[in-house]
Design a protein around this ligand. Structure first.
Ligand code: 6FA
Ligand code: ABL
Length: 538
């Protein structure tokens, strides 16, 4: 059957969009196609840790299972198998597998200085719509108590001595210089909440909305600039997997910073070298339009991701929480029992605790912001010091708004996997210099905090060498591969097409001030409003 709107991808961009379309157009048919399967129990998920057997508390529902996403011994089916970095491929996309840090957008996130068209700078009413649907909390345990908070007093001393103030971070969104506070999350009732428990829930209750799981969209079919339907791998939903659009129908791509470019390349939209790779792939090539209809746009260019560096410390007051290793198979019994009883306690939160920001000067006289995330435990310690592993905590320092480095994403193999073609971190040496100065500033405060020891880097490695040799600078916050103003216009319409839109992180022209899921959802609220207002649609 044909549809009026087909939304491709059920991450934060796609879920906000599909919900608002189905709300505004009760007599039109809205289809959401998601390549992954269920995640939380609400969506049909059943992946429950052994300690919660018999409940509907899945790994996606329990915030405290976040670190187990990385350390799983079984198959990590929730990650996209054909994206060369972490990306969520279940309903909810990244929001079903991420750390849950959730920041309301601020003025500079949607400013013309960051590449947004002037028509986008009035972001507040869209942010308000998001916040009404999905408020943040910095007290994720429903009993109102804070758990595993030993890093807070340590950071209070460290950052207080360096001139930082303690604020409620989401109450002061434009105050992002020398501030710290409790992390804010999109959790509620002690569970992962996000767009799945809100937007997707209301969409799913409407008769004009349908979701189909386990369906990969390869390309859009088009007649020149007019999209006529989507090509999928699922023969059960249409002949040879094809789903047509109604007259005046529209397709919205929300497949993420890697997934959306891949669909565009397979639809003959993008740089010639990427379409050439599609031409070499038998099946995908058969769905390309004739060469005369290729649309040359800088899809995959202009990409950013926050460069980030982890520093590891010990302090005698810290509980490293066994480095989160036993949380799936053998959690601390009291914490597991408390969570099972009332969804309170340590498991009501993911691992991050304190968050902080600072504005940095750069050698090029540009201001760059630095964000810090503090969590008990660590990924890996490299040190010559003897240290007590049960007292380790990590500070991740990311360079955020103001980053000037850009990279490129695209197809990385003949099997059409997607990933970075040019890594986006430190392509401008001024970014590295700025982050280095920020790191040095944080480290300069360590000796003033009794008992605090920096163990990685240790005293056999200079901070400069540590940064120069750092292996994975990425932070999973990819934006820009279909930048607004370059690939899509100010209504998020793919340039050169009449009815193809993109609403996901790929259209974001520059990195946000903090972890991106909040601004992405506020962006989607604004995008869907513009799409609905645009003449010519269903
Ligand atoms: N962002 C935050 O704000 N706070 C965090 O704590 C945070 N942590 C993480 C994190 O720990 C990890 C491991 C990762 C990977 C990301 C984190 N992020 C965090 C970033 C945040 O989750 C992402 O920026 C955000 O989810 C991006 O939203 P988008 O809507 O742009 O895209 P998604 O990748 O979330 O969703 C795309 C959806 O499309 C997926 O459901 C996918 O399965 C689906 N899809 C992809 N290709 C498709 C295709 N061809 N056909 C059908 N469906 C497709
Ligand atoms: C984010 O925004 C980042 O994208 C994640 O990388 C980060 O999680 C979460 N938020 C929480 O701060 C970290 C984990 O805590 C690490 O254990 C893991 O190695 C890392 O992601 C992988 O990138």
């Amino acid at each position: 059957t044909p549809y009026d709107y087909i939304v491709v991808g059920g991450g934060p961009g796609g879920l906000v969009t599909a919900d608002r379309l189905s709300e505004a157009l009760p007599n039109k048919k809205i289809l959401l196609l998601e390549r992954g399967g269920p995640s939380t129990a609400q969506t049909g998920g059943t992946d429950v840790p052994p300690w919660a057997t018999g409940t509907n508390l899945t790994r996606f529902d329990i915030p405290g299972e976040f670190q187990a996403m990385f350390g799983s011994s079984g198959p990590t089916y929730w990650y996209c198998s054909d994206v060369t970095t972490f990306a969520g491929c279940v309903i909810g996309g990244g929001t079903s597998i991420n750390g849950g840090l959730y920041w309301y957008p601020n003025t500079q996130d949607f400013s013309t200085a960051r590449g947004w068209p002037a028509s986008w700078t009035n972001y507040q009413s869209y942010a308000a719509k998001l916040q009404a649907r999905l408020p943040s909390t910095d007290h994720p345990s429903p009993d109102g108590k804070l758990y595993l908070e030993q890093t807070f007093p340590v950071m209070q001393k460290l950052l207080g001595n360096l001139g930082y103030s303690n604020i409620t971070l989401n109450d002061n969104v434009n105050f992002r210089d020398h501030v710290y506070g409790y992390s804010a999350y999109n959790f509620q009732k002690g569970k992962r909440w996000g767009p799945v428990a809100t937007y997707f829930k209301t969409a799913s209750a409407r008769s004009n909305f349908k979701v189909v799981y386990n369906t990969v969209v390869a390309s859009v079919a088009r007649n020149g600039s007019t999209i006529t339907g989507v090509q999928t791998n699922n023969p059960l939903i249409g002949p040879r997997g094809f789903i047509p659009l109604n007259k005046n129908g529209r397709v919205i791509l929300s497949a993420g910073s890697f997934g959306t470019p891949r669909i565009l390349f397979q639809s003959g939209i993008g740089p010639a070298d990427q379409i050439a790779l599609v031409q070499q792939s038998n099946v995908a090539a058969s769905f390309l339009p004739p060469k005369s209809q290729f649309i040359n746009l800088p899809v995959g260019m202009n990409v950013q991701d926050n460069p980030s560096i982890n520093l590891m410390f010990t302090h005698p007051s810290i509980d490293a929480y066994d480095n989160w290793a036993p949380i799936w198979s053998s959690p601390r019994p009291a914490d597991a029992a408390q969570y099972l009883k009332s969804q309170t306690g340590v498991f009501a939160s993911s691992s991050p605790r304190v968050s902080f920001w600072s504005a940095l000067g750069g050698p090029d006289n540009k201001t760059r912001w630095m964000q810090g995330t503090v969590r008990p435990g660590f990924d890996s310690v490299t040190t010559d010091y003897p240290y007590n592993a049960s007292q380790v905590f990590s500070i991740t320092l990311y360079l955020s708004t103001g980053v000037t480095s850009r990279g490129r994403v695209g197809l990385t193999s003949s099997a059409l996997a997607a990933g970075a073609l040019v890594n986006p971190w430190f392509t401008d040496p001024n970014d590295k210099a700025a982050l280095l100065s920020g790191i040095n500033n944080v480290i300069s405060g360590v000796k003033q905090v009794p008992g605090l020891t920096l163990i990685t880097p240790d005293n056999t490695t200079t901070v400069e060498d540590y940064v120069n040799n750092y292996v994975n600078l990425g932070s999973n916050h990819w934006v820009g591969s279909c930048s607004i103003g370059k690939v899509v216009d100010e209504n998020t319409l793919v340039m050169g097409t009449k009815n193809l839109f993109v609403v996901d992180a790929s259209i974001v022209p520059s990195l946000f001030t903090g972890n991106p899921q909040g601004p992405i959802m506020a962006m989607a609220e604004q995008a869907v409003t513009k799409i609905l207002a645009l003449a010519g649609g269903p």
